[in-house]
Design a protein around this ligand. Sequence first.
Ligand code: UGB
Length: 613
Amino acid sequence: PPAHIPFSAAQTELLKSLQENKQSHLFSHWSADTPAADALRQAEQLERLHSTYPVPGGLLAYAESARKLLAVSKAGLNPLDGWSPSVPAGKSLDLSSAAPYEARGRPLLSTAAFVLVAGGLGERLGYKGIKLSLPTELATNTCYLEYYARTIKKLGELGGSKLPLAIMVSDDTHDKTLKLLESADYFGLSPDQVTLMKQEKVAAISNNEGAIAQNPDDPFEIDAKPHGHGDVHSLLHSTGLAAKWLGEGRKHVVFFQDTNGLCFHTLCAALGVSDEMGLVMNSLAIPRKAKQAVGAICNLRKGEEERTINVEYNQLDPMLRATVNPDGDANDASTGYSPYPGNINQLLFSLPEYAEALQRTDGVMAEFVNPKYADAEKTVFKKPTRLECMMQDYPQVLSGDDAKRVGFTSFPAGICFSAVKNAAADGAKAQQAGTAPAVAASGEADQYAATREIVRATGASIGEGEEKTWQGVTVVPGPKLVVAPEVCVVPGDMKNVFAGGAAVKVSGRSSLVVKGSGKVVIESLDLDGALVIDGGEGGVVVKGLKVVNKGWVDEAVGEGADEFLKMRGYDLNKLETCVVTGGKGGEMVVSGEGGEELEVIKVGKEEAAVEVE
Ligand code: UGB
């Protein structure tokens, strides 16, 4: 290093060892004229990349792993060679079979802890903000983070305790996530319930020799990239959070993704399955369409070794071709689905075994590399690559009896999974190929549809809207049903809200929002339009209410619209709404024709306000 630059002793040592270990190109632009500020900036970034890499040896170990993994990739070796897949043990449930598992899982809510992985930028989605700030739907404009926080609050209330939420963020998402939480008073959670854990990036690698990449426009800057959601485990270890939760007597940890508005519908049932099967890891899953961009949960065997683990979608087809099916990743003709459950990366871990595994491994997951080559000889990369790790690879650190206690809980995707990951054009292609489009419009439509299914299971008569195509993606936009988390978070409890069975009718063009912290009971209702039932704090009972109005319609938006609207192609125009509002006092009962005609037949301390907006 040039003598005029005041590096610390640790920096000097690191720079020397990088120079001696095949990274001298990082300093080839340095000279006696190099500005000290630039050289220090580079040294500080290298030091950070070195100290935050969760494996002993820091950057040097990282580059060495990259060399090894890139050699395997260049040789075309499949890390799954020699492993033979079969369908793992688990439970495939639906709304009608979930009840006993929900009942078994419900008492376990009180000892759950939640981990949201939200470090990803959403490059495929092409959205500039954080994905957690996107609206889950336009009927209430509740963003993902708000929906998650309010649901966790309610789940805690059901279990009689405050449940902790850890959010993994990255440099790309930290500030905006914190700002969103602070601007909304943590959406009802108390700040001490929420911990932000920041994952650091790793150095990009520019060739098979493991050379650390620099920014082509600024050689003093190292090109750094995300290391994948697998970092969540080392962070739960290094922050001491997992150990703290264990000390508090918690029993399960729920991992979930940033844009799945359906993710908590099946939590109670999954807890029940984990409990009954004694699982240390339970992957929430869906029936998987062949070639769908979700991993497949497989039981893999190689000699005496056996593990149940997610096989990522790009590795599944070659593995199946080489072993059990010459057609590769194909649907089973009798079911129309892949035989292997689809991973939705919502994971339920048993905390005692997890905390022990973290102690043993520091939470370090196996890494992989996925370079895009520019030449047939695989010697040149199209752009620098990096090592990544995945949170669902946890079974790789299990051994003995624990390795056998890994399974899945599958529900139809319509109930539990609709992530928002793709821009409209890619979503349209995915839909044409017969898989989920995973765009903003489908995320919203699927959220209403899941609620429709859950409400239909109470016996209510809920119509079905006509298909609409937005930006090449076809969805069924309604009826738009939203039941706020404060009203109901466990599908089996929906019958207490929609208590009237077939006496509750909602037409195919309708919108219905049910919210409020007070108890809402809908005994009979005939809705053809838009209705908001707000139970307030005192609660409300709806009986014999008939509402007919113009309702809410989706209308196309132009180029000037907000980004979150442009990405779905429409905005929601609330033409006319009937609002039933409960009060702060005791329970109210409303019934009548809607609008001014409405008759309040029983009033608690305050009158129910019913008005047409
Ligand atoms: N994430 C981070 O927090 N940090 C990171 O460095 C990267 C991601 P992607 P992926 O549900 O459809 C997963 O990128 O990895 C967060 C499963 O591997 O959206 O392509 C990020 O913020 C796959 O098996 O997903 O695919 C987001 O919340 C399948 O289940 C989450 O990690 C697929 O998800 C997922 O990141 C799916």
